[in-house]
Design a protein around this ligand. Structure first.
Ligand SMILES: Nc1ncnc2c1ncn2[C@@H]1O[C@H](COP(=O)(O)OP(=O)(O)OP(=O)(O)O)[C@@H](O)[C@H]1O
Length: 268
């Protein structure tokens, strides 16, 4: 069975159509890069898979159950979303809370309402949150305020939160866009490790193609809301990337980022 099945997804913002007849399926345990120039619809597509957007038309099924039917959110959207962890470019942590409290927030969706409202956690849940932090290498910082962490560390806390959530699917929207190459590498290694060891499906939007080449066996490329490529990442050619990114300026940006990435990798 497909973990995520997207059929005939069409999205408009006002009169502007931004996704055109998207048909994609993702099997369990895939790590997939979503690439494309700025404004091509990558974030909009991910937000639909997380049930954050409605569409003009289209169906999305998660583990066989409807999330979006004919563009409308299903009644079970809350249940469906509980299985999906979402990682944002800007980390999305509560700065004034400790690192462990941020991770515990990941459990709220599966707790009884009264405990979610009162934010009462059991000792077992706290131990579990510590284990999640251990997985991302940050257990020593559990009691520190989230705001005192570096960007890369905050992103790893966000990943620990999806582990606490027990999400089957992790959608990461430009998780490394605001990080230096070394931190970006650690965050991508963490996502890869969770994908490989826990068998989670990971879809990650990336601006730098070399990260897709290194971490994601499959790539989906979008341009102006249309899927241009959906295949093994090894089949991405420079000629195709030239056509995808169009302007030389954007391609240079992608290549420059790749060069600094390569330098970091080579210096290991
Ligand atoms: N809430 C919104 N209201 C109106 N238009 C929007 C909204 N969100 C996105 N868009 C438009 O939809 C198109 C796709 O945007 P989206 O953010 O999905 O692209 P992207 O590929 O993720 O871009 P980037 O790489 O720059 O983040 C763009 O033209 C954008 O301006």
């Amino acid at each position: 069975m497909q973990t995520i099945q997207i059929d005939r997804l069409n999205k408009h913002f006002g009169k502007k159509q931004v996704l055109f007849d998207i048909n994609l399926s993702f099997e369990r345990n895939q790590m997939v890069a979503l690439i494309g120039p700025s404004g091509s619809g990558k974030s909009t597509l991910l937000r639909h898979v997380n049930g954050l957007n409605i569409a003009a038309e289209g169906d999305i099924r998660i583990n066989g159950l409807a999330l979006l039917s004919k563009g409308r959110l299903s009644k079970n959207v809350r249940q469906q979303r509980a299985k999906i962890g979402f990682i944002f470019q800007q980390f999305n942590l509560v700065n004034r809370l400790s690192v462990i409290d941020n991770v515990l927030i990941g459990a709220l969706g599966r707790l009884p309402k009264w405990r979610a409202y009162s934010r009462t956690f059991t000792e077992a849940e706290k131990r579990q949150a510590l284990l999640c932090l251990e997985r991302v290498g940050l257990v020593d910082l559990a009691l520190q305020r989230a705001s005192t962490l570096s960007g890369g560390q905050q992103q790893r806390v966000a990943i620990a939160k999806t582990l606490m959530q027990q999400a089957d699917i992790i959608l990461a929207d430009e998780p490394i866009a605001s990080l230096d190459p070394e931190s970006a590498k650690i965050v991508m290694n963490t996502l890869q490790n969770i994908h490989q060891e826990d068998g989670k499906t990971v879809i990650v939007t990336l601006h730098q193609v070399d990260y897709a080449r290194r971490y994601c066996p499959r790539t989906v490329a979008l341009k102006q809301g249309v899927v241009q490529f959906d295949d093994a990442t090894t089949l991405l050619s420079n000629a195709f990337l030239n056509q995808l990114y169009g302007s030389e300026a954007q391609l240079e940006e992608v290549t420059e980022a790749s060069t600094s990435f390569a330098n970091v990798v080579l210096s290991q």
